[in-house]
Design a protein around this ligand. Structure first.
Ligand code: FAD
Length: 310
């Protein structure tokens, strides 16, 4: 199933969610335990994040959460649901990217989220691998070539068998941290649409006004593809400081104050859930095509939200 088509043609707000591969050495059961209780709410697809190597405390490069492709295959097989693995530019050269995409093609997985990925260290500027894609739009062009049967090094691609990928991309209602301003970032987002992106999933935001403003600005520059809001339920008290720093977003003053007044994580989780439900209800009232929950490794809050709004 082509998830872009589902998002583009729906007449009511649908539901999808995103999970993290387990830490290296952990079993896949944690993934199934996350997915099982959410299946009742009829998700349209499940995204699986992707993680490049990072430096550990001993300065070794490690991949803490490998296995995106295999997990996508396992989920699609077990639940018979479309999966959307994330594909990164950072950490991979174009040949390695081609091999990953071919693995997905052979598994019958034709939906991907095309992303640049972040820098290797949080304090470094992002640098692509030698022979790697620099921006998400370059990755989209590589995928568009493969969809025409054009592979790296092919001299006669008329005889190749094309892939059939449908691509989503990321968007940032509060701008990407490296962009000089929101308008410039949106112009680069338009370039992703021009390079073949069929829908956008946004970064988390906690004030729906940011989403509505972003959509209006995107439409004004000719971005016509669906813009799916990404919702993150806050689950820990320290996320009041961690999330703005990590994701370059703002928390509304009311939410910030309420979280700081919490005595423990349980209270923070309740506030986070209620806030996400409030956001979701308003977004549904505005006929967004789909709500995408950043469930990651814990289903409990996503279940509460899905139960309250679907
Ligand atoms: P791009 O679209 O390439 O943009 C990156 C920056 O470059 C922006 O500032 C943009 O304005 C600028 N830019 C783009 N094109 C040009 C150009 N031609 N010239 C100059 N500047 C340009 N990260 C992970 O590592 N794994 C994940 O699984 C993952 N999942 C995500 C899911 C969602 C829904 C979202 C919103 C983000 C996710 N990320 C993930 C984070 C993402 O990889 C980072 O935010 C990354 O820094 C940017 O990725 P991008 O695809 O938006 O980049």
């Amino acid at each position: 199933m082509n998830v872009a088509h589902t998002i583009q043609t729906t007449t009511k707000t649908l539901f999808s969610f995103e999970i993290l591969p387990p830490l290296k050495g952990k079993g896949i059961e944690t993934i199934y335990n996350t997915i099982d209780p959410l299946m009742e709410y009829k998700p349209q697809f499940i995204n699986i994040t992707s993680h490049r190597e990072v430096y550990d405390a001993n300065n070794n490069r490690v991949r803490r959460r490998p296995g995106t492709v295999a997990i996508a295959g396992a989920i699609s097989h077990k639940y018979n649901i479309p999966v959307v693995p994330h594909i990164l530019c950072g950490g991979f050269n174009r040949k390695e990217t081609e091999y990953v995409l071919l693995d997905l093609h052979f598994l019958g997985i034709n939906n991907v989220l095309a992303l640049r990925g972040d820098a290797l260290r949080s304090d470094e500027p992002y640098t692509p691998e030698p022979e790697g894609n620099r921006y998400a739009q370059d990755l989209l062009r590589q995928i568009a070539d493969m969809n025409k049967g054009k592979f790296i090094g092919d001299t006669d691609y008329n005889t190749s068998s094309p892939t059939h990928f449908s691509c989503g991309v990321a968007g940032y209602p509060e701008k990407h941290y490296a962009a000089p301003d929101l308008d410039t970032d949106i112009l680069h987002l338009k370039e992703k649409q021009d390079a073949g992106a069929q829908y956008i999933i946004t970064q988390m935001f906690f004030d729906n006004a940011h989403y509505f403003n972003f959509v209006a600005k995107c439409r004004a520059v000719g971005i016509t593809i669906p813009i799916v809001p990404g919702i993150k339920p806050i689950g820990l008290k320290n996320q009041v400081d961690v999330l703005p720093k990590l994701f370059h977003i703002e928390l509304p003053q009311d939410l910030d104050t309420a979280l700081r007044a919490c005595s423990d994580d349980e209270q923070a989780k309740q506030i986070g859930t209620q806030w996400a439900i409030m956001q979701a209800k308003e977004l549904i009232a505005h006929n967004v095509p789909l709500l995408h929950l950043f469930t990651y490794s814990s289903a409990k809050q996503s279940v509460e939200i899905a139960k309250a709004v679907f």
